[in-house]
Ligand binder design. Structure first.
Ligand code: NDP
Length: 419
């Protein structure tokens, strides 16, 4: 029996909520709260009669910690699941601390307004000291560690697929497969086709910010940064086939570099088709990816937000997306003195996801681990005060729950390596 407040009602939240409602013995009460309440009401209406979970809805602007805190005080949840946007992470964490509730999210903090001078100064200092220039990093949320410890509360960061499941794979490899992990290559392959010349599979603004930024990887104790999309590899993915993939910066590299002892190199690759890259480059060249407001006929417009309004809503891609995803981690290292390698991965079929929960596989592969992370906290399987990423907990119950709730994984003990 548990009461959960879920903030956000977009593509990922829709899946997480539907999955929680499949497990209605544990998720007995859910409040869906978001900026646009009509979306929460529509989902509640759709779930009526299909689950025992008691669902209520609320309107909240989660940029405002006091609004979130008021809602928490009114609803009294055991856990707050933040499945809104990374911009709201800190405000929701503040509200959880104020009200004494556990917290989880699926993506680490980045500010919406990149021109804020206080944030900018901090950002520029970090770029110089750390050597990577992504707009997001863990420092803002790790700074809450002591406060959560003192309050006896747990904050679980980034329980989506990547970050999230990929870190559970790392913890599993560390616990069961290797004495020493030397290298980790995280591969995110989406072999799906939605039939549009250009669309993003999750929030377009967050996605395009991430993909158009310089890439970086961790090697021998420091970051190596490269121009965006300048390292390309081909890989033959099980059940998807040959794909081009590009090295990106990704948030879990930062936590894995701290938490996997002795790891020498961590890289992240994502597959992209030529049409996606050509459109993105063109949009970038004409300034449509900019986050700086421009004056247009008496209105202030943020180009990337305007672009979001033009692009297909990722939540609507479900019916038209066919194909599979293959996402996982290739490890090299040693076991019992011998060299060893392994690829732990999941394959997910877009149309199967659509049949089950009405969405494509990218929202599915993120929404299921959000629900599984909530399960870990609500059942007490994962419980320690502080702020943690997924690899800092025992991977076994999480990996079992992935198998049970729709993201079964497998291990290839002889994978092709990425050069
Ligand atoms: P969507 O844009 O589809 O949904 C975001 C939701 O948050 C919408 O319901 C939106 O409301 C709501 N929201 C936005 N701002 C506020 C606010 N200020 N107050 C209250 N609600 C707000 O995003 P996705 O579902 O695609 O992504 C959700 C999260 O998942 C993101 O953080 C994304 O980065 C993360 N993600 C993580 C992945 C992983 O593997 N770890 C992979 C993919 C995504 P409205 O309807 O009004 O816009």
């Amino acid at each position: 029996m548990s009461k959960v407040l879920i903030i956000g009602c977009g593509g990922v939240a829709n899946v997480a909520i539907r999955k929680c409602c499949q497990c209605d013995d544990l998720f007995t009460d859910i409040c869906i709260a978001s900026r646009t309440k009509s979306k929460c009401d529509a989902l509640k209406a759709d779930l009526e009669g299909k689950t025992k979970t008691r669902i209520t809805t609320a309107q909240v602007n989660a940029d405002d910690a006091s609004q979130v805190a008021a809602l928490i005080r009114e609803y009294q949840p055991d856990l707050v699941m933040n499945i809104a946007l990374p911009y709201q992470d800190l405000a929701i964490m503040d509200a959880c601390l104020e009200c004494g509730v556990n917290y989880l999210d699926t993506a680490n903090y980045e500010p919406e307004d990149l021109s804020d001078p206080a944030w900018r100064a901090n950002y520029e200092k970090r770029c110089k000291e750390e050597g990577f220039s992504a707009y997001f990093d863990y420092s803002y949320q790790w700074a809450y560690k002591e406060k959560f410890e003192k309050a006896g509360l747990t904050a679980l960061l980034g329980t989506g697929f990547d970050p999230g499941v990929t870190q559970a794979y790392c913890a599993y490899a560390q616990k069961h497969l290797f004495d020493q992990i030397d290298t980790i290559d995280i591969l995110d392959c989406n072999g799906g086709d939605h039939g549009y010349p250009f669309a993003t599979n999750f929030n377009p603004e967050v996605n395009l910010r991430e993909v158009s930024a310089p890439g970086s990887y961790w090697e021998d104790g420091h970051w190596v940064e490269i121009p965006a999309m300048s390292i390309k590899r081909e890989y033959d993915f099980d059940q998807v086939g040959q794909k081009d993939m590009y090295l990106l910066h990704h948030e879990e590299i930062e936590s894995l570099a701290k938490n996997i002892p002795g790891v020498k190199r961590i890289r992240f690759f994502m597959t992209f088709g030529q049409s996606y890259l050509t459109h993105m480059k063109c949009l970038e060249n004409v300034g449509m990816l900019s986050t700086e407001p421009v004056e247009f006929e008496g209105h202030k417009i943020v180009p990337i937000q305007f672009l979001k309004a033009l692009l297909p809503d990722p939540a609507t891609l479900g019916p038209r997306t066919v194909g599979k995803t293959n996402i996982g981690c290739i490890f090299t290292g040693k076991k019992d003195g011998q060299e060893k390698k392994a690829y732990i991965y999941n394959i997910c079929d877009h149309q199967e996801c659509y049949k089950e929960v009405g969405s494509q596989a990218i929202s599915y592969t993120t929404g299921v681990p959000a629900m599984v992370g909530a399960m870990m906290l609500l059942t007490g399987k994962w419980s320690k005060p502080g702020v943690y990423t997924v690899e800092e907990f025992d991977p076994d119950p999480y990996m079992d729950a992935l198998n049970q709730w729709g993201l079964p994984w497998q291990i290839d003990e002889n994978p092709a390596l990425v050069d």
